[in-house]
Design a protein around this ligand. Structure first.
Ligand code: SME
Length: 162
């Protein structure tokens, strides 16, 4: 089997743009949700490596009132459920707005699934205009995420349900 592509992450914007091209072509014609979600997590973690200590989805559980349930992810075991009232993921779900946290220990209600996480980015994902999931990425580095990640990740999650 041929070696898989390698994306250089020295230039983060270029890396996200290359990832977008790869992701688009890989999911083209595949309408299975789990396939589309788990493939994005694989692409992100294989590209950014250890910087992305935990990378995965929390899905809105339509059978509950304002609660997220864990979806496809890579990393150490995550919390299975997060109410909209709790943590950075909950805030992202409540406000339907991207969250960047440089130091998660400074956030009073941060949910520490693994105490090695030091910073975090959470991106809301919409399906038919409605909040459907969030993408949560945690890093052991402080301040690992910035506006370039925010933009790159927003572009990637936009195509999951396009
Ligand atoms: N850090 C998140 C919880 C999810 S895990 O870290 C995988 C939060 O505070 O929302």
């Amino acid at each position: 089997m041929a070696e898989q592509f390698l994306i250089d992450t020295k230039d983060k914007s270029a890396a996200y743009s290359a990832l977008l091209d790869v992701y688009k072509s890989v999911i083209d014609g595949e309408d299975n949700e789990i396939a589309r979600l788990s493939t994005l997590i694989s692409l992100l973690t294989s590209t950014f490596g250890e910087l992305f200590f935990w990378c995965g989805f929390y899905m809105v559980d339509e059978t509950k009132n304002n609660e997220l349930v864990v979806g496809p992810y890579q990393g150490t075991m995550g919390c299975l459920r997060i109410p909209f009232t709790k943590g950075v993921c909950g805030k992202c779900a409540r406000e339907a707005k991207i969250q960047i946290v440089d130091d998660v220990h400074a956030i009073a209600d941060h949910i520490a699934c693994d105490s090695r996480s030091n910073s975090e980015i959470v991106v809301p994902i919409f399906k038919n205009g409605k909040l459907h999931a969030v993408l949560d990425i945690d890093s052991t580095e402080f301040a690992a995420f910035d506006e370039i990640d925010a933009h790159g990740l927003e572009e990637l999650v936009k195509i999951i349900y396009a």
